[in-house]
Design a protein around this ligand. Structure first.
Ligand code: MRU
Length: 367
């Protein structure tokens, strides 16, 4: 996607091949900064500290992390230690495990002397495939938006509500939840997005609003508690969110607060779609309650960063001294509240049969 007219992905190999570069998402929207990852430790830090975030991008960063690790130590023990370090960075997005399992399996088939080249090819492939999967998700989601637009008077705006950032910043390109939105916008469908601010880290207000604005998509940032009211008043035609892990029965883990939006959508008859590439499906889990939920620092709740009136950036404390804060970062939306799962292969009902219908090879795999 474009930033001020220049095409960017959120992660790429440095032009001289010496490192990996990322858009530092902790600095957006107030500053566009590129950070350099020169070591596997840098990659692990970038994931843990959320310079990169979003399930597919976490997986892509881990793949590049393996490349950086193989440059440092391509031995079997170097590979095992890089796998463990990167795997420990964040617990909920299963794309991390998916990328590391696939990368380790690939690298184990080649001699240590060939691992740097193999890891580089693997990371490039993970990135290119993610961009392709997300583009395909957008085509299937576009059909949903077109169908809703067709029920409205010609030229009337389709209103989408989204939560967190499941945009191109969270992936390698296009985004998951945003891919149908960008493709509808590019196809000339009038579209407007209600952007949940997504406390505590404000991925909606900071990141989704920034990238929608860059692409020229009409949007309005709302506080997290506004969605139910807007749905009651008929001001939301559909919700589309991303996900960090979908269990085999169609339960969906996503950014904290997603469940409440799904409940409100259900109560108001608003379709609630979840967009995901297949590496986000955890076929080993029968239901979503086994998904590990990341607990993050209470500081993310008690303090809010932003741009001050004098133009500098900083953070303010919003709670009284002595008040405790809790920070579960994800929740699980039961499959019964999900209208459909938008994947690269089409839209599936959020059921075991629905998922296996789109991925029949998993039946053969015994899932
Ligand atoms: O904590 P984050 O910012 O990594 O959480 C991101 C989300 O919850 C996204 O909605 C999810 O990863 C889907 S990204 C396409």
């Amino acid at each position: 996607m474009k930033v001020n007219g220049t095409h960017y992905r959120p992660i790429w190999q440095a032009a001289d091949g010496s490192a990996v570069e990322i858009i530092d998402q902790t600095r957006l929207p107030h500053e566009f900064a590129v950070a350099r990852l020169a070591s596997m430790a840098d990659a692990a830090h970038a994931i843990r500290a959320m310079l990169v975030r979003g399930a597919p991008l976490i997986g892509a960063t881990a793949a590049w992390g393996l490349w950086l690790a193989m440059r440092e130590d391509p031995s079997d023990s170097g590979l095992a230690s890089a796998y463990e370090t990167l795997m420990a960075t964040r617990p909920t997005a299963v794309n991390l495990r998916w990328a590391l399992d696939a990368g380790r399996a690939r690298l184990a088939t080649v001699a240590p002397g060939e691992r740097v080249a193999a890891a580089e090819a693997f990371a490039r492939r993970v990135c290119d495939e993610d961009a392709e999967l997300n583009h395909a998700i957008g085509r299937h989601g576009l059909a949903i938006i077109e169908a809703i637009a067709a029920t409205k008077p010609p030229g009337e705006t389709v209103n989408v509500l989204t939560h967190c950032n499941a945009g191109w910043l969270a992936t390698v390109d296009w985004g998951t939840a945003t891919s149908p939105i960008y493709q509808a916008h590019d196809a000339g469908i009038p579209i407007h997005v209600w952007v949940d601010e997504t406390r505590p880290r404000n991925q909606g207000a900071f990141l989704t609003a920034w990238e929608l604005g860059n692409h020229g998509v009409d949007h309005t940032v709302i506080v997290d508690n506004a969605g139910g009211h807007l749905m009651q008043r008929g001001r939301v035609d559909l919700c589309i969110v991303g996900t960090d892990r979908v269990s085999a029965n169609g339960d969906v883990a996503n950014k904290i607060g997603t469940y409440l939006k799904a409940l409100a959508a259900h109560d108001n008859g608003v379709p609630f779609y979840v967009a995901l590439p297949s590496p986000t499906i955890d076929w080993t889990l029968h239901d979503g309650f086994a998904i590990p939920i990341e607990e993050r620092s209470p500081d993310e709740v008690t303090r809010i960063p932003g741009r001050l009136d004098d133009g500098t950036t900083g953070a303010v404390t919003i709670t009284p001294p002595g008040s405790r804060a809790a920070n579960p970062a994800f929740d699980v939306t039961p499959a019964r509240l999900v209208t459909g799962l938008i994947t690269e292969r089409g839209v599936a009902p959020a059921t075991p049969e629905g998922l296996l219908g789109l991925f029949p090879e998993r039946v053969a795999a015994g899932e």
